[in-house]
Design a protein around this ligand. Structure first.
Ligand SMILES: Cc1ncc(C[n+]2csc(CCOP(=O)(O)OP(=O)(O)O)c2C)c(N)n1
Length: 401
């Protein structure tokens, strides 16, 4: 794989494993970024185990292999900048600083999770750290990121938005629409495509006619650059430059990070679309192993220190699992908390959220209704029309939303 168009001013005389052209940063920074990458790796491994033990339900998408891309990019952000991601976003939340216990608890669906147990793996959210999710719709976060950038611009702040998505998302209509809009309105946003070579089980060259994804936005007025997603320093340099241009010159940018996911698309992936040899080849470029080797070789950190950082990461993840396991599930009475449409805005708001019985419900007031509400909720879907036809009939009778 060649990384032809890494921005030329990023090159320097640094010597490195994995062919990185960038010198190592300070000792503290090396320690910090390695600590973060190790935390993401160990967290994801344990999340996979917890899924196998049925502690985690729904879907689970792991980012093992993409750690340098995630940590390198997020390190380029200011605290006041916004970050948006996809359903493969545990690493982004951790790198942004959301405590691992809160992320694991969210995966477990617990009330102590960063989204109150309502989002799960695909919908992590942490407003305090300006991490705006966590989206399940491929390409759905792009226009939202442009909206956030527009808000920053409109309110006269200096904040920028970094929006991450997969290679598959570059084929969505939202990609072109958002690029055009962002360029037209000079928005402070950096779009970052994490090219991990696959959209589910479809290889890049089978789903995209243009495989240098950094070129896909130029025709819309958004310049692109490509970086080595297995090299933390290259990612950091490339995203830093892009953020500077987006923030300072008000020219939105696209960055493509070329990387690889070592695990399947999600936990239910038999991985029949790739060979073990191919995975092995990319394992030879493991971003954490390469960075660890280099910091030791250049005498920045000792082997023992690297080992200790890894042990710390494992301990933090153990504690996160314990915290998640011991945390309570959200109370049934919180069922209507944070519901979007409530009160007098609509005549019968209940139908938009509640199909539990043919009768109208008390909505928010249910919290005061005690046991009856709990019984109703537990009976739940028993009252829900079962088939499409039944649902249509129920609606015709005026009973459905
Ligand atoms: C609009 C939409 N279409 C289809 C899907 C089903 N889907 C889920 S993940 C995925 C693949 C996306 O691949 P990519 O954008 O490369 O991201 P990656 O999973 O590799 O991180 C698809 C098609 C979806 N979630 N949303």
């Amino acid at each position: 794989m060649t990384i032809e168009n890494v921005t030329p001013d990023l090159a320097s005389e640094g010597t490195g494993v994995a062919g990185s052209p960038h010198p190592l940063p300070s000792r503290d920074t090396c320690e910090k970024v390695l600590e973060k990458m190790l935390l993401v790796r160990r967290f994801e491994e344990r999340a996979g185990e917890m899924y196998a033990k049925a502690k985690i339900g729904g879907f689970l998408h792991l980012c093992i292999g993409e750690e340098a891309t995630i940590v390198g990019a997020t390190q380029a952000l200011r605290d006041t900048d916004y970050l948006m991601s996809t359903y493969r976003e545990h690493g982004q939340a951790l790198a942004r600083g959301t405590p691992s216990a809160e992320v694991m608890a969210e995966l477990f669906g617990k009330a102590t999770g960063c989204s109150g147990g309502r989002g799960g793996s695909m919908h992590l959210f942490d407003m305090k750290r300006r991490f705006l999710g966590g989206y399940g719709i491929v390409g759905g976060n792009l226009p939202l990121a442009a909206g956030v950038a527009l808000a920053s611009d409109y309110t006269g702040t200096d904040d920028a938005t970094l929006c991450m998505f997969g290679d598959g998302a570059t084929n969505q209509g939202t990609f072109g629409e958002t690029m055009n809009f962002a360029a037209l309105w000079s928005l402070p946003v950096v779009f970052m495509v994490i090219n991990n070579q696959f959209g589910m089980g479809t290889a890049l060259e089978r789903h995209s006619a243009v495989t240098d994804l950094s070129q896909k936005s130029a025709g819309f007025g958004v310049p692109g650059a490509r970086c080595d997603g297995m090299d933390l320093l290259d990612v950091h340099a490339c995203v830093s430059t892009a953020l500077e241009k987006a923030r300072g010159d008000r020219v939105p940018q696209l960055v493509e990070a070329v990387t690889y996911r070592y695990r399947g698309h999600s936990m239910a992936d038999p991985e029949e679309y790739r060979t073990k040899e191919e995975v092995e080849k990319w394992l030879g470029r493991d971003p954490i192993a390469a960075f660890s080797k280099r910091v030791v070789e250049e005498g920045v950190l000792g082997e023992e220190e690297v080992k200790r950082l890894d042990e710390d990461a494992m301990r933090a993840v153990d504690e996160a699992v314990k915290f998640a396991d011991e945390s309570p599930f959200p109370d049934l009475s919180s069922l209507y908390d944070d519901i979007y449409v409530i009160g007098d805005q609509v005549r019968r708001p209940y139908w938009s959220t509640d199909l539990r019985s043919p009768d109208t419900h008390r909505g928010e007031e249910e919290r005061q209704a005690g046991e009856v509400a709990h019984e109703l909720a537990e009976l739940g879907s028993l009252h829900e029309p079962e088939t499409d036809e039944q649902q249509r009939e129920a609606r015709a009778r005026g009973e459905g939303g």
